[in-house]
Design a protein around this ligand. Structure first.
Ligand code: APR
Length: 319
């Protein structure tokens, strides 16, 4: 029997068939993480991309199914939902500018997920990330472990790439942790960044480390300025796929994810990037790192940035 017909293959619903959603779908297919349903409001877009990806299967060597739809009923029974619907950041636009438009889109999508995929683990990718994932959790009413946001994986991947480029070593050797909000107040943790176990504080000057931290914080903006008409999507899609893999394969990988904090790191009722153990239940545990006073203060500032967005949503009547 072809794996396309196996009923125990997980079902992944990618909501939004734009750059990030379609690329995440492609990565999920290539890893054969599950059958993928691409959903978008634009007629023909998800169907066309899904057929195109299906036709790539024989060459790329996957045989899981990819279908496209404009009907949310088709996400029925999804094990995992990746939300990438919404507007990307345009040049000159801050993440908070996106709040109003994306907030309304996410609220509507969550109604459909609640109706058709009530048992799914939901990964939010739409920006402003930490605020959108909070909104989704409110709308969905799912257990907090089943609603999480993708940002730390992306920000950490960017920092890994920058450290590897700086030292001219393999990116595979570099491990790092970027915590906090997915915004200007994100918190790259140099103390927890290593090259094959060697802390980068032993390999790079404080000035070079600060330059890498700054480039990491500006990672999304740097791509926006280069592309001019859109924002990053390969690395964001890779981050979402990494989380999907950890969840669907119950890997218990430690990855930085936006998770609901209820006292961890001294913060309450806010979603923010922290190291999580990801498995079949979603966020199976949050790891509390020992932080210096300065790092703790940076995280608190990050939380303030997220709360500003949450207040914005409240003013708009979306929360
Ligand atoms: N349901 C489904 N799809 C929707 C909806 C909706 N209610 N509203 C908008 N969309 C679709 C659009 O039709 C579009 O195809 O979402 C897609 C978004 O795709 P792009 O414009 O290509 O944006 P992308 O680069 O994929 O970014 C999406 O991810 O990383 C974040 O900041 C980024 O918030 C942005 C999101």
């Amino acid at each position: 029997m072809n794996s396309m017909q196996l009923s125990n293959t997980p079902k992944i619903a990618c909501i939004g068939a734009g750059n990030v959603g379609a690329t995440a779908a492609q990565y999920c297919l290539e890893l054969e993480l599950g059958n993928v349903t691409l959903t978008d409001i634009v007629e023909g877009l998800p169907q066309g991309k899904a057929l195109d990806m299906t036709e790539a299967g024989p060459i790329r060597g996957y045989s899981v199914a990819c279908t496209g739809t404009n009907d949310y009923a088709d996400i029925a029974g999804a094990d995992l939902v990746i939300i990438t619907a919404g507007l990307p950041r345009k040049p000159g636009m801050t993440r908070l500018d996106l709040l109003e438009k994306n907030g309304a889109i996410i609220a509507g999508i969550c109604d459909s997920i609640k109706q058709y995929a009530p048992d799914a683990v939901v990964i939010m990718v739409t920006n402003p990330l930490d605020v959108m994932v909070y909104l989704a959790r409110q709308k969905l009413g799912f257990a907090k472990n089943r609603v999480l946001g993708m940002a730390g994986c992306l920000d950490s991947a960017r920092m890994r790439a920058f450290v590897a480029m700086e030292l001219n070593v393999s990116m595979k050797n570099v491990d790092t942790m970027v915590l906090g909000s997915h915004g200007d107040a994100m918190v790259p943790l140099a103390r927890y960044t290593t090259v094959s176990g060697i802390p980068i504080t032993q390999l790079l000057s404080p000035e070079r480390i600060e330059a890498i931290n700054a480039r990491t914080r500006d990672g999304g903006g740097e791509i926006v300025r280069l592309l001019k008409t859109g924002s990053a999507y390969y690395a964001p899609a890779a981050g979402a796929t990494r989380m999907a893999q950890a969840i669907l394969r119950n890997e218990r990988q430690v990855l930085p994810c936006a998770a609901l904090l209820e006292g961890e790191y001294g913060l309450h009722d806010v979603y923010m990037g922290v190291p999580c153990i990801l498995g079949r239940q979603g966020v199976e545990a949050i790891i509390e790192l020992e932080l210096t006073d300065a790092e703790r203060e940076a995280l608190r500032r990050s939380a303030d940035e997220v709360r500003e967005g949450m207040d914005g949503l409240r003013q708009l009547g979306l929360l």
